[in-house]
Design a protein around this ligand. Sequence first.
Ligand code: NI
Length: 175
Amino acid sequence: MQLFLFLLIFKTFYNKKYQIIYKRLIKIISRQYRSYLNKITFEKWKCNMTIVSISLNEKLLHEIDHLKDEMGFSGRSEVIRASARMLIADNKEKDEFNGEINSVLILIHHKKVEDKVTEIKHDFEDVISTQIHSHLREEKCLEIFILDGNAQRMNQFYKMFQTSPKMEYVKLIVV
Ligand code: NI
């Protein structure tokens, strides 16, 4: 029976009429196989992931979509994972600083939150040596703090702004 089938396939394979059918069959089988493989890898990959819900404002979401398209990320989740990895690496690097150091902290925020910055600033006068305050377009403020002193205190100062959703830009540069 198997030999018969094989001969039938072999005989019909060189017939143009049947070749189309074979090609279609091969296409269907390979497509099925591929989706089966994809499903397995996806299931396997999904096992290591936890789904969390996060809230983002329109502006941030728009920026994420822009990054996704521009940098070729496969989805929004991938952009957020990459950002989290960068933040973790950055945080680790900052945690390693200790002793007496110099650094520069750059902030950009809306005029409306100036009071909040002043409030935080007053708690860290022991590390602030110079402060430059300037106004940018669209009612934004630029603050440059030149810091001198204990690295851990500087890190605390930096984290106060880094974790604040009101800050539009926060960067600490150790010099
Ligand atoms: Ni201002």
